[in-house]
Design a protein around this ligand. Sequence first.
Ligand SMILES: Cc1cc2nc3c(=O)[nH]c(=O)nc-3n(C[C@H](O)[C@H](O)[C@H](O)COP(=O)(O)OP(=O)(O)OC[C@H]3O[C@@H](n4cnc5c(N)ncnc54)[C@H](O)[C@@H]3O)c2cc1C
Length: 413
Amino acid sequence: MVSNVQPIERLDESSHVVVVGAGLSGWRLVEALRRDGYRGAVTVIGDEEHRPYDRPPLSKQVLTGVVDLHDTGLVRSGSPDDVTWRLGVAAVGLDIDRREVRLANGGSVAATHVVIATGTRARRLTTSAGKRVHVLRTIDDVQGLNDDLARVTPGSTIAIIGGGFIGAEVASSLTKRGFRAVVLEMAPRPLLGVLGEHVSSWLFDLPAVAGVELRTDQRVSDVEEGPDALLVRIDGSPDVVAQVVVTGVGAIPNVEWLNGSGLALENGVVVDSAMQAAPGVAAIGDVARFEWSGPVGSALVRMEHWQVANDHATTLARAWLTGERDEAPFIPYFWSDQYGKKIQLLGHPEPNDDVTRVLGDDASGRWLALYHRNDVVTGIVALSSPRALMLAKVLLGTPTTVREAIARAPWSS
Ligand SMILES: Cc1cc2nc3c(=O)[nH]c(=O)nc-3n(C[C@H](O)[C@H](O)[C@H](O)COP(=O)(O)OP(=O)(O)OC[C@H]3O[C@@H](n4cnc5c(N)ncnc54)[C@H](O)[C@@H]3O)c2cc1C
């Protein structure tokens, strides 16, 4: 059992909420506060020049060209407009006693309530080709990648280092655009360390069916600039010659600016179940390592899921507006669109949990499976079966054994 419960300080009309990080979770918090009646001051500080925008389309519809880069904005007509924006300037420090945020331009912003919503950044490989190797986290990253892709001919080889969710989505999108995508994965199977032995093996054939070349057990040692192309050097395997290289090798929580603040920083900002890090200081979204009560106990967890960022914002708004902690079960949700399929996950299973497939099979390309630990259902994963997944969600509301789950079979209602 985790116990790091912090007091909740309620907002009133004289409060000043300072949101650090102009991304999804920060903006959802502003929307929730205004919707639920908060009339005090709000300032949003963001190191990007852009107002908050949505990231999931970047590796999907934006990269295939179906959605314009500039149509991903989250601030729309009807959105709250009584907000002070401080964009293009990073926060570099936080005094939690004075509740003051220090800025890179030498300024500072005093608050009554501070929200840390600084998300994660893409992990970069150190290679000889430096910034010629792309990552995909921001609008500017996509712009840079698209500029490079515009310079190469259709059918060119694009090497994607890392076969996880981002790598798979980038490979799928670039294949749709007519490029030859080669995915270089370090593990014996993509997503092995996330979804575990069984589920990763059921997904193994998807890239080939979608026309993507997947090479596994590939440890990239460097990317070098050749005269006409980039050379991806791989330990013990031939080089891959590619016109463009993209990496999807994980993300790092943006917490360095909080060093010395006195907050607990352990793979993210440690918060309680109401997202409180210290009195009047909260953290939400990808950067938050929060106390989560699941079907088999409590733990401190950090998740990089779009829906979780939304849910954190709702939880925090409620806590600061009412002083109450949300006691309803929190069921994390994640999805990924890759290789023409939709992978969806409910709950927070461990990769080494047991797995039982309860619906569909590899041949049909649609299935539903239950993760379980000590016989209790810990998660539900679906391949292109969204209705069955949502019907099965009820199994995570209270601890449910596999036998009970199969007897009830809510997915077939
Ligand atoms: C390409 C891509 C595709 C994705 N697809 C999916 C998907 O299909 N399904 C899914 O569930 N999730 C997906 N996600 C994850 C989802 O987008 C994130 O979980 C979500 O954006 C997290 O929101 P956030 O507010 O925590 O962080 P962000 O949206 O990253 O916002 C954080 C903001 O804070 C800024 N910042 C950082 N440090 C500072 C500082 N010191 N001062 C000021 N500002 C700072 C950052 O630059 C950024 O603008 C995807 C993410 C990416 C990148």
